[in-house]
Design a protein around this ligand. Structure first.
Ligand SMILES: [Zn+2]
Length: 319
């Protein structure tokens, strides 16, 4: 099969691999993705499935110890956006995450109950408490249980972006030798895929700790490019410079700090890691990622992804 355009690559995912939630779906998606990267000229011998925790699998294309790593997570989230991120389109991602603590505080109390009882612990009392508050466990399970049937933005769009960059880079042999592309599993469950790759790389290539990770997450909808990194990391110090570059390329760009209250993702598993995300201004304050973890996640605009890929490609080439 010959090279696919970004929109044909996307159509192929949506038609047959729209959700990647259980093992079987993930296996079939990995097979599809692997074939598409081979169509771009990446050899079978340069493609690796690296095992992560709890049966997770990362797809690595190119040398696993490359200096430049372009990533996205391919796993499908649960449909929990309305509860885990209440009113995010009004309050923005960060404030909305704080709001969700309204549910989380009783939960933390619940889980720590045995230690509260510790001094004068009576088993029967604890059990009774747990049974009475069973709803909290059921509530949490429900947050993780139901797949979000649509996940165009989070994160089919990121996979499309990785494919787009792999397409551009495949035509530049010098750059190609420095780059690898990784599709991570289980980001939604707690960055498990990227944490597994980071520690695997440390073990297998101890002398190659100086590398950069460009992560693409939710680049399918939105009119503002957000670039984020975790506080005080080497990448975080470069954020003003990075956003200046994208701004001067004609993309409306902002930069933010990634933390537990927002713009977190696989990039945070690395010393040097940034994430690119398209966002919108929320109605009252802050920024939000449209449609994530909801049944409305059905929009994926190809053209802005193509332009973003071309701009990241220029940025990387000039480094
Ligand atoms: Zn995501």
């Amino acid at each position: 099969m010959s090279k696919l355009s970004l929109s044909d690559f996307t159509d192929g995912i949506i038609a047959s691999h729209e959700t990647r939630f259980n093992k079987e779906e993930k296996t079939q998606f990995l097979e599809y993705a692997k074939q598409r990267f081979m169509d771009l000229g990446y050899n079978d011998s340069d493609i690796l499935i690296q095992k992560s925790f709890f049966g997770g699998r990362n797809l690595i294309i190119g040398s696993p110890d490359a200096n430049i790593i372009i990533t996205a997570h391919y796993d499908t989230p649960a449909r929990n956006g309305r509860i885990a991120l209440p009113f995010f389109n009004i309050f923005g991602m960060k404030l909305s995450s704080v709001l969700s603590l309204v549910y989380m505080i009783p939960l933390l109390y619940f889980l720590h109950l045995p230690s509260i009882f510790a001094q004068n612990f009576r088993f029967g009392v604890a059990i009774e408490f747990y049974i009475r508050n069973l709803w909290i466990f059921l509530f949490l399970a429900a947050l993780m249980l139901f797949r979000n049937k649509h996940n165009h933005n989070d994160n089919t769009s990121g996979c499309v972006g990785v494919y787009g960059l792999a397409t551009l880079i495949s035509e530049n042999p010098e750059l190609k030798s420095k780059c690898a592309f990784i599709l991570f599993d289980n980001e939604e469950k707690g960055l498990f895929g990227s944490i597994a790759y980071a520690s695997w790389r440390k073990r297998n290539y101890p002398g190659k700790s100086d590398f950069r990770v460009y992560n693409l997450d939710c680049i399918g909808v939105g009119d503002i490019l957000l670039i984020a990194a975790k506080q005080n990391s080497p990448a975080w110090k470069l954020l003003p410079e990075l956003s200046e570059f994208f701004e001067s390329s004609g993309i409306n760009t902002v930069h933010r700090t990634s933390n537990v209250f927002g713009f977190m993702g696989d990039h945070a598993s690395f010393d040097w890691g940034v994430v690119f995300t398209f966002v919108k201004n929320a109605k009252l304050t802050g920024l939000y990622i449209p449609n994530i973890h909801t049944s409305k996640d059905t929009v994926l605009n190809i053209e802005p992804i193509e332009y973003l890929c071309a701009t990241i490609f220029t940025f990387i080439s000039e480094q």
